[in-house]
Design a protein around this ligand. Structure first.
Ligand SMILES: Nc1ncnc2c1ncn2[C@@H]1O[C@H](COP(=O)(O)OP(=O)(O)OP(=O)(O)O)[C@@H](O)[C@H]1O
Ligand SMILES: [Mg+2]
Length: 251
């Protein structure tokens, strides 16, 4: 593809392996980082899946931080810090970006979503010339909404299109019905020139068709079709045989 035809913002991420001082310490000691060379992003949606602890959040945080997001989440304007344990992987990452400029963006970490909500409330308490920030989050403090409601109103009201959205387990708070609603919201935003990078365990969200799926398996990133993933096959066989499976598991 001609580079002028690129429709996405983030093309690829590369690890500058020769600059890494040692692969013995976190985050460089993770198998997936030891083996990492580069990652090509899909123009629309890139999924990263894999077992708990395989390194999805570590990779996502490095990509998001290299892009310019606060490592704890939020937009590029968010600048709070509540913990100091971020990995320094981003210092060794290089991103290839297209000539297109993203107008919007958000990095969601489910574990620090509470702090993002607090930061919005705090900014709204300070005197400002503009309208309260929370207007774009559904006019109600995110703390006065349930976890799932607040995340959903963020996606509905705040995500604006022409953006790069990096989401770490966005399904965490969502009912299956809301996860399906999220699929259609992702699609609307994709149609409005947005790009997503999503770490997920949700077989529903993973079904989005205009996507590339990378599965971390034994520390290596493999490209998978949806129906080749464990998420699909395990969920399918569980639901089809839940009685036999629970009998087995509870023996
Ligand atoms: N600050 C840290 N210092 C040392 N080790 C860490 C740190 N943060 C994470 N790890 C380790 O790195 C590994 C990968 O963690 P990471 O959070 O990236 O996994 P993940 O794939 O996102 O898992 P999950 O699906 O449970 O969210 C884990 O084994 C974890 O214990
Ligand atoms: Mg994680």
């Amino acid at each position: 593809m001609n580079f002028l035809e690129n429709t996405h913002y983030l093309l690829s991420a590369k690890l500058l392996r020769e600059k890494v001082p040692s692969f013995e310490e976190y985050p460089f000691n993770l198998e997936v980082v030891r083996n990492f060379e580069s990652l090509e992003f899909h123009p629309k949606v890139t999924f990263i899946i894999g077992e708990n602890g395989s390194g999805k959040s570590t990779l996502l945080e490095a990509i998001a931080t290299t892009w310019g997001f606060n490592p704890e989440g939020g937009t590029k304007n968010f600048n709070f810090a509540t913990r100091s344990s971020h990995s320094n992987l981003h210092e060794y990452f290089r991103l290839a970006k297209s000539f297109r400029k993203a107008k919007d963006g958000f990095f969601l970490r489910s574990e620090s979503f509470y702090n993002v909500a607090s930061n919005i409330d705090q900014l709204d308490e300070e005197p400002a010339f503009g309208p309260p920030i929370k207007n774009s989050y559904g006019r109600k403090s995110l703390h006065q909404q349930s976890h799932g409601e607040s995340f959903f109103s963020l996606m509905t009201h705040r995500f604006d299109g022409k953006g790069l959205y990096i989401l770490d387990e966005p399904e965490a708070a969502l009912s299956p019905t809301r996860q399906m609603a999220m699929l259609s919201r992702i699609h609307q935003l994709v149609e409005q020139d947005s790009q997503f990078i999503i770490a997920t365990h949700s077989p529903i969200i993973l079904a989005y068709p205009q996507a590339r799926i990378y599965e971390i398996k034994n520390g290596i990133l493999h490209t998978r079709e949806y129906t080749q993933t464990e998420h699909y096959s395990i969920t399918k066989s569980f639901l089809n045989h839940y009685q036999e499976m629970t009998n087995q598991l509870l023996k």
